[in-house]
Design a binder for this molecule. Structure first.
Ligand code: ASP
Ligand code: MG
Length: 405
């Protein structure tokens, strides 16, 4: 028997009454597995998106404090209904907002970080043998205003609570049965991964896989919270996310990911003098534009080109800014390609197996896929390719690295 389990239900797991009742049953069943249970829930279905849309119907630039006031209501609907459902099945349960649960956060509004957790009310309720239901994605800031924790922030609430309460396990309930070797919608040979390391999950989240919020994985790694990603709608074992264990290293590549939300930007014929790159990227950073891969061509005749990728959602903001910078820095101009995508392979085994990059390039070239840009980390290799080639590249890499079932 475990002492404490944190269970987190995502929006798709509490999207309607039937699903809320299903979640309540899963929670009650877990009473056989653990003495104490704390549950974190997201807003039902797409409610957070709908609320953002509502705000945008009123103003293009909603006040961020009021935005948080609005967004936090979604999770409150879920906790109340879920707690009622559990009570109705003759189990004692109580719901808390983030602030009531003692979750303190900083700034800025809409993507604050958790600063500390003082779970006084949670511990009291657990002592009274209650099942505790906590609203995900929210906390109280130093101004005593409600704040949210960035999109997908319920994962962060769950992992942070699991760390603060020293939970034995943090279960993430969703609509898929675990973490897959790649997206099964693109490659039907994808298989569920039994166990994967925090670092691999972080690289996967950063390269397009949408399983868990990246920051929640960082916190899990820092406090060594064992996570199981599993389905709300099946009894199947899920995927364990944990620290690295020996057998993970035997797998060279554990997953293939892709991100279609990419644009390649190039500034042409920049004068090759010190400080130029700092000026280009400093200008972008000031506007909060996230840059991913960067390539600088080698200088010829005192000039060089700099290319980099950004997400498509930032193109509108980036283009005029970059054109201005290019003029100011006396470059020849700016070109961009928004028909590109990123495919990546991830695996801790890469650290100890040479030749993985050349294998990857071979599998892509066998498919006639041209590579525009390459970047690597210790456990990830990413290539920018034409977006029309994503499906066949993912399939080729998945089978090339022997991930097909
Ligand atoms: N409801 C919030 C969102 O959709 C938080 C979450 O789902 O984790 O981003
Ligand atoms: Mg959600």
């Amino acid at each position: 028997m475990m002492d404490l389990i944190v269970m987190k239900f995502g929006g798709s797991s509490v999207a309607n009454t039937e699903k809320i009742l299903n979640a309540a049953n899963r929670i009650i069943e877990n009473k056989k597995k653990a003495r104490r249970i704390v549950v974190v829930v997201s807003a039902p279905g797409d409610m957070t998106d709908d609320l953002i849309e509502k705000a945008n119907e009123i103003t293009e630039k909603p006040n961020e404090r009021e935005m948080d006031m609005l967004l936090a209501t979604g999770e409150q609907i879920s906790i109340a209904l879920l707690s009622m459902a559990i009570n109705n099945k003759s189990h004692d349960s109580i719901s808390f907002t983030g602030p009531q649960a003692g979750i303190y956060a900083g700034y800025p509004h809409t993507k604050a970080r958790i600063t500390k957790i003082m779970p006084v009310k949670i511990l009291q309720a657990l002592k009274q043998n209650k099942i505790v239901i906590v609203a995900g994605f929210q906390g109280l800031n130093p101004n005593e205003d409600i704040t949210t924790l960035g999109r997908g922030g319920s994962d962060l609430t769950a992992v942070a609570l699991a760390a603060a309460l020293k939970a034995d396990l943090c279960e993430i309930y969703t609509d898929v049965t675990g973490v897959y070797t790649t997206d099964p919608r693109v490659c039907s040979a994808a298989t569920k991964i039994d166990q994967i390391s925090y670092d691999e999950m972080l690289e996967m989240a950063g390269s397009g896989a949408q399983v868990m919020q990246a920051r929640s994985i960082e916190v899990a790694k820092k406090f060594n919270v064992i996570i199981e990603v599993k389905s709300s709608f099946s009894k199947e074992k899920g995927t364990i996310i944990s620290g690295e264990v020996k057998k993970m290293e035997e797998v060279v590549v554990s997953s293939v990911t892709f991100d279609r939300n990419q644009v390649k930007m190039s500034v042409l014929d920049l004068p090759d003098v010190p400080g130029i790159a700092a000026k280009v990227f400093g200008g972008l950073a000031k506007e909060n534009i996230n840059v991913d891969m960067i390539i600088q061509s080698s200088a010829r005749d005192g000039f060089n080109d700099i290319s980099f990728t950004i997400s498509r959602t930032d193109l509108k903001k980036t283009l005029p800014l970059l054109r201005k910078l290019s003029k100011k820095l006396k470059a020849q101009g700016v070109i961009y390609d928004d028909k590109v995508a990123k495919v990546s392979i991830v695996g801790v085994g890469m650290k100890s197996h040479p030749g993985v990059a050349s294998d990857m390039f071979n599998y892509l070239s066998d498919e006639g896929v041209n590579i525009h840009m390459i970047s690597t980390s210790e456990i990830k290799i990413s290539c920018i390719i034409n977006d029309k080639n994503v499906d066949k590249s993912v399939k080729a890499l998945h089978s090339g690295f022997k991930l097909d079932k």
